[in-house]
Design a protein around this ligand. Structure first.
Ligand code: CTP
Length: 397
């Protein structure tokens, strides 16, 4: 089932390292190609010889050994997926903060493939706020953290923190490989974030969009194997390696990028909060506060969603967003029809936990065929899963 899949396994210094021996065995049995890298301290728990015998590949532990240098970039590019199991508290802290003091971390920092992490530690360490923060950071970098088990721990105590069982981890790896096939070959174009409209060299008009929702959708499509291009306005969100990012500032730049790229896309998602108006003229000099009042002349920006709605082929699926405060459904349907979109994703500012800057969202999806689906409030990454599932279902119907 896993024939030809290239799996890199990183082992760190935990008693759970013995379970990684079983992971390698299970994967090799499924005909996957497995390579193992180990941190120096993991060798206290399992010998490299065990892993090299099972994987039939040399095990690397050092960035430099004798007269040779391990090419960490090559390893990261070789792999289809990089599993770090077990991941100790120490390695998680280093991953969260970009440390690079061993081969495993160098490979992690330079890998372009999806990274899956199976933590293993004592319950108190697992529950510590520093660990929680590190896990949040690692997740926000686009990596997948597997759950820990509850049970007997190396300390002799019983509780949370045991590494997941090898069979469970292998199932998760299979999900990674076989879910992506759904979107393989699809080109997805996404706009996200705010736009910034200059008034003069110092001031600008913008909005509170964080770009979180669009980035989460981009990452979900990428996880499923699509080629994703993200046109991103000024946003502090970090975006995973495998996504092509086109950074823009103004509505005009976003329009130009989107128009030059939409023809190659199978799915076009306009999640950006594009300024509807921009200063009619940008002052070359800083405007002085000489007058009691000041009038700013604004002109309408080009509506990217509407323009693409009028130009796109029937085979291309176009998705827009509507952020409303009142008459939500009516306004959403007006946008669906007026902008010739296939989907409008509505979020209402009336719903607690919806909208700009939040980590959660509550959406209703309206489609061109009259469909309406309301979802519970969820984290933006879970909302992204619902959105991608709905788009794929609609496309395949
Ligand atoms: N949009 C766009 N280009 C613009 C403006 C909006 O592509 N210049 C897209 C957004 O990315 C989003 C949808 O259109 O998908 C939002 O519709 P819009 O009518 O702009 O919403 P509002 O700005 O809220 O408009 P209104 O004030 O009329 O409700």
């Amino acid at each position: 089932m896993m024939k030809g899949k290239k799996i890199l396994i990183g082992v760190t210094g935990s008693i759970a390292a013995y379970k990684s021996v079983l992971i390698v065995r299970l994967l090799v049995k499924e005909e996957a190609e497995v390579k193992v890298i180990m941190t120096p301290s993991s060798k206290d728990f399992v010998s490299p010889l065990t892993f090299s015998t099972l994987s039939k590949n040399k095990v690397l532990t050092e960035l430099v050994s004798e007269d040779s240098w391990a090419n960490h970039v090559e390893l990261g590019r070789w792999a289809d997926i990089f599993l770090i199991a077990p991941a100790t508290c120490n390695t998680l802290a280093k991953m969260a903060n970009g440390f690079c003091d061993n081969l495993l971390l160098a490979v992690y920092l330079s890998s372009t493939c999806p990274v899956m992490v199976a933590p293993a530690m004592d319950e108190d360490m697992w529950r510590h706020p520093a660990t929680k923060l590190n896990l949040q950071k690692i997740t926000s970098f686009g990596n997948t953290i597997l759950p820990v088990d509850n049970g007997e721990l190396a300390s002799g105590l019983t509780g949370e923190g045991r590494m997941s069982e090898p069979a469970f981890i292998v199932e998760k790896i299979k999900d990674f490989f076989f879910k992506p096939e759904i979107c393989k070959g699809l080109n997805v174009l996404i706009t996200a974030g705010p736009t910034v409209e200059a008034i003069d060299p110092v001031r600008f008009i913008s909005n509170h969009s964080s770009g979180k929702m669009g980035v989460a959708i981009a990452e979900e499509f990428r996880k499923r194997g699509a080629s994703v291009t993200l046109i991103l306005g000024p946003s502090g969100e970090s975006v995973n390696h495998g996504i092509e990012i086109r950074r823009v500032t103004s509505a005009k730049e976003m329009y130009q990028e989107a128009i030059s790229r939409y023809q190659q896309a199978d799915i076009i998602i306009m999640a950006a909060a594009v300024a509807d108006y921009t200063p009619a003229e940008i002052s070359g000099m800083k405007i002085k506060k000489d007058n009691e009042e000041m009038k700013l002349n604004l002109k309408k920006t080009d509506d990217i969603l509407k323009t693409i709605g009028g130009l796109k082929k029937d085979s291309q699926l176009l998705v827009g967003f509507a952020l409303e405060t009142d008459n939500e459904k009516e306004n959403a349907l007006k946008k669906l029809n007026g902008k010739k979109a296939d989907f409008i994703i509505l979020n209402s500012l009336k719903d607690e936990g919806s909208g700009f800057g939040q980590d959660t969202n509550k959406i209703t999806i309206f489609d061109k065929k009259g469909g309406e689906a309301a979802f519970e409030k969820k984290s933006k990454s879970e909302v992204a899963i619902d959105i991608v599932n709905s788009i794929i279902e609609y496309k395949n119907a």
